[in-house]
Design a protein around this ligand. Sequence first.
Ligand code: DGL
Length: 269
Amino acid sequence: MNTEPNSPLGVFDSGVGGLTVVRALRELLPNESIIYLGDTARVPYGSKSPDTIRRFSVEDAQFLISRGVKAVIVACNTATAHALPTLEATFRLPIIGVLEPGVEATLADPACQRVGIIGTAGTIRSCAYQHGLAMRRPDLQIHAVATPLLAPFVEEGWVDQPSTKMVLREYLKPLIERGIDTLVLGCTHYPLLVPAIRRVLGQKVRLVDSALTCAAHVKVRLEALNLLRTAKSKPALEIHLTDLSEQFENLARQFLNADFGKVKKASLV
Ligand code: DGL
């Protein structure tokens, strides 16, 4: 366990999606340094088996821990759904996932009745959201749809292309037909698709993005453990990718609007 408050936070995802969590962390905890790992060589995780997702997640966390992080944020729903207990059992430092915050953010509006969930095939198959929601609100009508093409579209930077909307229309059709009032964006890549989702779904349906609630969870954990960064120097932001990608860098610069220097190539061993 690293008890040095001035150490960075470690955040990982299969690719660009976890940057939605980084953005929320920087908003809520602007004094924290962050090391981000995107496993771009092996994205997408959503179509892999639970065993493979667990193995990848342990390697990702190991990489961050070897760089001296004080906590690991699993900024990937697929990895959270399949690997969180393994990570918690393997490493002795705070590990925070996005699923529980997602459930909490969904239930924050007590008026919700018909909830749609979209996520990778792995996340939807795990039933983690469905169980998390049903356990606390057994009266909810829950409709979950696997939307495996969406993360690759986002990785490609195709966030608002006509083809993206075509795919979204197809995926969201059964949810629109069921009259959902809330849509859980059960993959950290999907907040990048919000303008396109809005165009297909309209303005009335509430969209739930777990990034901010996840950042709030991180804040509470750091406060409780006296791990909030106290240094007065400018916090650092480092990005490591298992496969360097210009596409990723462009998206990251647009999306984060922050200086993260040169993206580094990570090798996970
Ligand atoms: N961003 C990831 C998630 O939240 C997964 C995308 C993928 O690699 O399939 O599930």
